[in-house]
Design a protein around this ligand. Sequence first.
Ligand code: GDP
Ligand code: ZN
Length: 291
Amino acid sequence: MIRGRIEKALSGFYYVNTGAETLQCRARGKFRREGMSPLVGDWVQVRELGGGEGFVEAVEPRRNAFDRPAAANIDQLVIIASAALPVTDPYLIDRISAIAALKDCRVLLCLNKCDLDPAEELYGIYSGSAIRVLRVSAVTGQGIDELRRELAGKLSAFTGNSGVGKSSILNALDPRFSLAVGEVSKALGRGRHTTRHVELFSLGQDTYVIDTPGFASFDTQELDLELKEHLPETFPEFAPYVGGCRFVGCSHTKEKGCAVLEAVHQGKIPRSRHASYLRLYNELKDLKAWD
Ligand code: GDP
Ligand code: ZN
């Protein structure tokens, strides 16, 4: 048996990088029977068959797993946002960050198009939050080296509204990226926005980004119930204060003696972050297990 990581899944094959080579593998039938399929990003044990082929025999425990993109062990979610058109709503950032926190996934916020608009307001909010924030420009190259350092040694998934500059940033990181995307579209004979296959794009030793044309944001619906249960924990900047709330089980929405509200009032927690929390709280509060 040899250990490797699945870098691509296509047409029933898993492409496993063992460090020395990439093996084209089928998965054992037991995975299907157990209702658990290997995913891109998985660390696996492979039995070699020779001729560059093998069988995936076992999947190592995962840090996390997602349906869209269909991938596992995502270390970091890079949210691309912009203060220039199309302007990003902080609520979108906060909602995606909450899901990421739920999934043990670090968040890096990249404020792009800083050549057009320095994004002072968004930068102000997030430099005072628990979310790491970078100002970049895919056009001038500002912040791209810093972004590259933040990606090193991790598997990162990029997300953001269409038009914020996701592809431009990935191309600025490595021009081979657009070639890779182009090839895939041609090979499958479809436009890049309908492509279903998932592939890790290597940016160096142990450094990957998810090259998934066509996914715009994390699929969140099935996570809503879990999010409802753990909402306060997904806003890490609340953590230092929750112990000070007067009531056990304080919802941090309107209670007297709520230490989180007090921290917001004193400017220790960005108001915009708490506003997103309230909006999420209200959206999720009537959700039931059978919904
Ligand atoms: P995507 O839909 O998120 O992949 O966005 P694209 O990378 O296709 O970029 C959308 C548009 O914004 C294109 O016209 C890009 O040239 C432009 N754009 C992307 N990044 C920047 C940037 O940093 N500065 C400026 N001025 N324009 C940018
Ligand atoms: Zn409270």
